[in-house]
Design a protein around this ligand. Sequence first.
Ligand SMILES: [Cu+2]
Length: 307
Amino acid sequence: MKIPVTVVAIALALAGCSDKAGEPASTATNVLELGVEGMTFTGPDTIKSGWTTIRITNDGGMPHFGLVYRLPEGVTARMVDDQLVRPFQASLTARLAGDDEEADRLLGTFPEWVADLVWLGGPGMMSDGVTGEATMYLEPGNYIVECYVKTNGVQHNYNPEPGQFGMVHALTVLPEDGGMAEPEANVTLELTNTGYRIADGAFRPGENSVRARFVEQQLYNNFVGHDAHVFRIDEDTDAEAAAGWVDFFPVDGQQTPAPAHFLGGIHDMPQGATGYFKLDLAPGEYGITAEIPDAVKNGHFSKFTVD
Ligand SMILES: [Cu+2]
């Protein structure tokens, strides 16, 4: 069918306007700015819906990240803390004490709603001094921004003080659309069950906007899917060790200090979803890895060079 030119022109004109009269959609921003203070995120607890940037300035002295996920109807941040974060920490504590049986038992105590959490990206692993930024399309609802890196055997999301949260930041995504346009990108990274592929463009020195296309997705450890975390490969970096370090499940996985300088990335999203993340790159060699078991063996470890 041939569409009349005038109809196309009207459609384009409408697409260029947000619901705020006269304001072009491309100039609207919808950014949640979070900081790090000790073992908590600081910043607002609401954001408008639609395309949403979550920016985390990590000056907290150690690596952190911000996994974003949507909560099913009726599940609260308090329930996440009580029924997920605390048993996970108890399991880790048991395993560190050598009680594998108790550690495994605790991993089997999770509520059924765990299967209904929807992983929706968020800034990947960031070393101290790195500002990470990820942009996702978020529907209205209740979300969590979470970091569960471990320091001295304690997950960052865990606060030993009863009733207090660690790095579990409750976020309400409001019904009002922020009107932000989908970001542009200079490189497109495709994620499949067998690894990464640069489908378009190239990494460059300076600021990069990376489009992450989750062409395929699956659960690993029945918990999280593959994602993308970027680290610098310096002369003395054991790249394979760094690639394996972002897997949370081994007791030394995600245990600080990190074996490499991490620059951000994006956490897992559902199959078919597209997210964006920023990277600030100096010339050099870099690795991309996933928070899954045996990332290197599974093909989720790629190197790239910036000239
Ligand atoms: Cu953290």
